[in-house]
Ligand binder design. Structure first.
Ligand code: 9MR
Length: 587
């Protein structure tokens, strides 16, 4: 009696400490689920690596148990310990890559506990890949989302954006302050309801890159959106929704592009149709205009076969934007300075960038690929510099990826350029891989504390894209393997044990900073969104459970610095999952 009582107390204590939680009675095993076992909570491909990480000081045997047959199908021993300098945690890995049979399994530490269930099967991320793109549909502006397509998250239309005012900062002779313009459609940027050209730029470039790299796969992707019945790939119809908005952000009189379409202040935590404050187009900027030029140039290729007239308009818009930028090469968006001069002051996301070298390169690359006009190569640098991971403020490699992807059709590139680009990319991704095996979670992501910026999960996704690009160039399996490793990171093999995608995995964000999800708390959050992830900056001042860089994450709605969703994070995530499905899911 006494012994049972003590064990009971111990278990209650452990639950209280958050170390374990009990699984549903439907499962056969009576072992508790251990939060200290970290793995991709969806599962693995039969022919690929299968690694879990255990936060354990002791070396132990581990079993993989088939939950249906209730039978051990694999036995192994945890590895020696690993750690990183910025975290006090040590880990060991369980490698069960040799298990290739399909089914539903748990990883068991005999006598102690077991992992969440996971699957081994082909197409294990197929539904996730669709959801990662469908998330953009849920962000659509100026339209209702009928239940037929949006299910649980059906909602009324918000933001018609047909009565948008030209803000004083954006006034021009043809469009003085207060002019009413119309710029409907597009996607909400993130948890807020504004539309920003710079952030749309990288998002669109990344999604169109997915189409250009995997057209066959994308054509078969059904997203169940209103356009699904037409002959156009659903991904392209989704992209078009935002493209049409972007086109209206160009001033037709001079080709310059407004930096953003926004309210003066962030709206409250209400549904789109209840957020009705006046919206403005604000200040033209060179960054926005060049990002726009790059997107339009790429769109002119991607949409040529499906919407030929629109594709022609896109190329014209791109060329006009380029010309504006040539005349105004360094108009920076500086919100603080702007607010000293104009009323109303604008307090929403700035996406202010001080270095435009990369925007020039991206626009030049896309325009050159689409037109083959040598004038776009005139100012190309002889020295391409080191590889740098794309982010909203650094888009150089979006352009370089395009040059690499279209290399066979580009005859006039400076000699040796493609060779320099590919060796720069491969040098970086080889280094990524070398260090991964020394790292706590056996991932490319998180080898350095510097990976944990605002939106760190998009760093993991963009590293994954660099690895996929390397794989496409070399066909060396190690690159694909480590791209999948970063997806494993996103889905649970990480320092918090979260699968960072709403609606996917056993422990996923329930309270993302996302207005439509917050405004209807009785519903599950809209699914398919990647949250920002660990960010030791903790700029939102919410109550975080830890200050350690890779653990600085909290699943609270207040946490816009770690738990917001954003289109520029979902795009590389959508690329990564779908590229992996296109390459591995078919096996
Ligand atoms: O992703 C952006 C991050 O890099 C910046 O540090 C941060 C602060 O300026 O802003 C982030 O972008 C937010 C934008 O400003 C407004 N919409 C939500 C975006 C995601 O948090």
């Amino acid at each position: 009696m006494i012994q049972q009582h003590t064990i009971c107390q111990l278990l209650i204590g452990l639950v209280f400490l958050g170390l374990i939680s009990f699984q549903s009675a439907a499962q056969k095993s009576t072992l508790p689920i251990l939060e200290s076992i970290r793995l991709n909570q969806l599962g693995f491909y039969p022919e690929q690596s299968k690694i879990a990480v255990v936060l354990s000081a002791e070396s132990r045997p581990f079993f993989i148990r088939d939950t249906k047959a209730n039978r051990v199908v694999f036995e192994g021993e945890l590895s020696e310990t690993r750690s990183v300098s910025f975290s006090p945690k040590t880990t060991r890995w369980a490698n069960f890559s040799d298990l290739k049979e399909s089914g539903t399994f748990v990883l068991e530490l005999p006598g102690i506990g077991e992992s969440y269930t996971f699957e081994i099967k082909s197409q294990v991320h197929r539904a996730l890949g669709q959801a990662a793109i469908k998330a953009f549909y849920y962000q659509r502006v100026s339209t209702d989302l009928p239940e037929e397509y949006a299910g649980l998250w059906a909602r009324a239309a918000g933001h018609p954006d047909n009565q948008v005012l030209v803000h004083a900062s954006a006034a021009s002779p043809e469009r003085p302050e207060g002019t009413i313009i119309s710029a409907p459609l597009g996607w909400y940027d993130a948890g807020d309801y504004n539309k920003y050209i710079v952030n749309s730029g990288i998002t669109m470039g990344t999604l169109m890159g997915l189409y250009e790299d995997f057209p066959g796969y994308v054509k078969n992707l059904n997203l169940d959106i209103p356009e699904s019945q037409n002959q156009v790939p659903d991904l392209l119809d989704e992209i078009r929704w935002n493209l049409l908005w972007m086109m209206d952000m160009q001033d037709p009189h001079d080709g310059g592009v407004y930096h953003k379409l926004t309210t003066a202040n962030f709206e409250g935590m209400v549904m789109p149709h209840e957020a009705t404050s006046q919206r403005y187009v604000v200040a033209k900027s060179t960054a926005a205009t060049l990002d726009f030029a790059a997107v339009m140039a790429q769109a002119s290729r991607v949409f040529k076969d499906y919407y030929p007239d629109m594709a022609i308009s896109c190329l014209k818009a791109a060329e006009m934007a380029w010309q504006w930028a040539v005349k105004h090469p360094n108009v920076l968006y500086n919100q603080n300075e702007m607010n000293k001069m104009y009323f109303p002051a604008i307090q929403t996301g700035a996406y202010g960038d001080r270095n435009l070298e990369d925007e020039w390169l991206w626009a030049a690359s896309e325009l050159y690929v689409s037109t083959h006009n040598l004038k776009y190569l005139q100012n190309f640098p002889g020295d391409i510099g080191e590889f740098s991971l794309p982010s909203w403020g650094n888009v150089k490699w979006l352009g370089y990826y395009s040059l690499i992807r279209h290399r066979d059709h580009l005859n006039s590139l400076p000699e040796g350029l493609i060779a320099k680009l590919t060796s720069s990319l491969l040098e970086t991704t080889e280094t990524y891989i070398k260090s991964a095996s020394q790292h706590s979670y056996h991932t490319v992501m998180g080898q350095s504390a510097r990976d944990f910026v605002w939106g760190s999960n998009s760093v993991a996704a963009n590293q994954g894209i660099a690895l996929i690009q390397s794989y496409l160039l070399t066909e060396e399996d190690k690159f694909l393997k480590h791209a999948i490793g970063n997806l494993d990171y996103i889905l649970g093999r990480n320092a918090t044990g979260f699968s960072y995608v709403t609606g996917f995995g056993h422990k996923s964000p329930k309270n993302p900073h996302h207005r439509p999800s917050e405004a209807e708390p009785e519903k599950l959050p809209v699914h398919g969104f990647l949250v920002g992830g660990p960010n030791p900056g903790q700029q939102d001042k919410c109550d975080y459970p830890s200050d350690v860089p890779d653990e600085s994450y909290v699943d609270l709605t207040c946490s816009y610095a770690s738990n917001e969703i954003a289109i520029n994070w979902n795009a590389p995530f959508a690329y990564l999952v779908n590229a992996i499905e296109a390459l591995e899911g078919v096996k």
